[in-house]
Design a protein around this ligand. Structure first.
Ligand code: NAP
Length: 245
């Protein structure tokens, strides 16, 4: 049975991704920073007959929590096949470049960028033991500098001085990691679930959480012939969803 760890999986896109992967026969480690919420979310899936789900406490901004999660998973599994770095925050407003408080930027980068790096580095040794390891970095179209420079893009007017740049940085990290692992079986991609109705945006987005999770999962289930070092967006229907950086 393939194994997957999903951060921020107690609700929304992460939770639905857990449900889809469990239905597809993966053993899912359902990551949650709040252990009680993780337990509750896993119980919901167990009640649906998805017993191949186990909650795991992991706060991506807390190195001790990441280390403990890594240790507990390593005691149970010889390898990890898939890591979905899904946990993310929008950060508080205002996010105007002219007067945003740098503490807001730091807070957002702690979760969306440094958190992903710390989690990825902690789990890389276990991922390297898989025959076909996959890393999905959940990003956003708001991280695309190309779309932000195009006045015709729908992303153009949606400028955020903390959130967007945190995902741009995450994309850059994805490119570097994929390059370093290019001669291996690793598939490392940046995946944008698209503008999706979740707590993240007060349920504003047009996409349903189930469809966006299915989009993310498609790249979590890539085989060894799949793409790597790419950016795919649910919001960009052209060109096989490939999004410009
Ligand atoms: P959400 O409803 O706000 O859920 C976010 C999840 O991340 C929650 O489980 C949350 O836990 C968790 N989380 C936050 N900080 C964490 C931390 N420090 N450690 C561990 N978990 C943490 O958001 P979503 O819409 O599902 O978004 C999931 C991902 O998709 C994010 O990376 C987001 O940037 C990206 N995305 C979303 C949209 C959209 O329109 N929704 C669009 C593009 C990209 P708690 O429940 O404890 O808060």
């Amino acid at each position: 049975m393939k194994t997957v760890l999903i951060t921020g999986a107690n609700k929304s896109i992460g939770f639905e991704s857990a449900r889809i992967l469990a239905k597809n026969g993966y053993f899912v480690y359902l990551g949650a920073r709040d252990a009680a919420k993780g337990k509750e979310a896993a119980a919901k899936l167990h009640a649906e007959g998805l017993t191949n789900v186990e909650p795991i406490q992991i706060d991506v901004t807390d190195k001790a929590s990441i280390k403990a999660a890594q240790k507990s998973l390593a005691e149970k599994q010889a390898s990890l096949d898939v890591l979905i770095n899904n946990a993310g925050i929008l950060g508080s407003w205002e996010q105007s470049a002219q007067d945003v408080d740098v503490n807001i930027i730091r807070e957002v980068f702690d979760t969306n960028y440094f958190g992903v790096i710390n989690v990825t580095q902690a789990f890389l040794p276990l991922l390297k033991k898989s025959d076909a390891p996959v890393i999905v970095n959940v990003t956003s179209g708001l991280g695309s500098l190309t779309l932000h420079s195009d006045p015709n893009s729908k992303f153009y007017p949606v400028k955020t001085a903390a959130y967007g740049p945190s995902k741009t940085a995450l994309n850059a990290f994805t490119v570097v990691l994929a390059y370093e692992l290019r001669d291996t079986n690793f598939k490392v991609n940046a995946i944008d679930p698209g503008y999706t109705a979740t707590d993240f945006n007060n349920n504003q987005g047009p996409f349903k959480v189930e469809d966006s999770a299915a989009f993310v999962v498609k790249y979590a289930m890539l085989g060894t012939d799949g793409p790597t070092g790419k950016f795919f967006s649910h919001d960009v229907p052209e060109n096989n969803n490939e999004c410009p950086w």
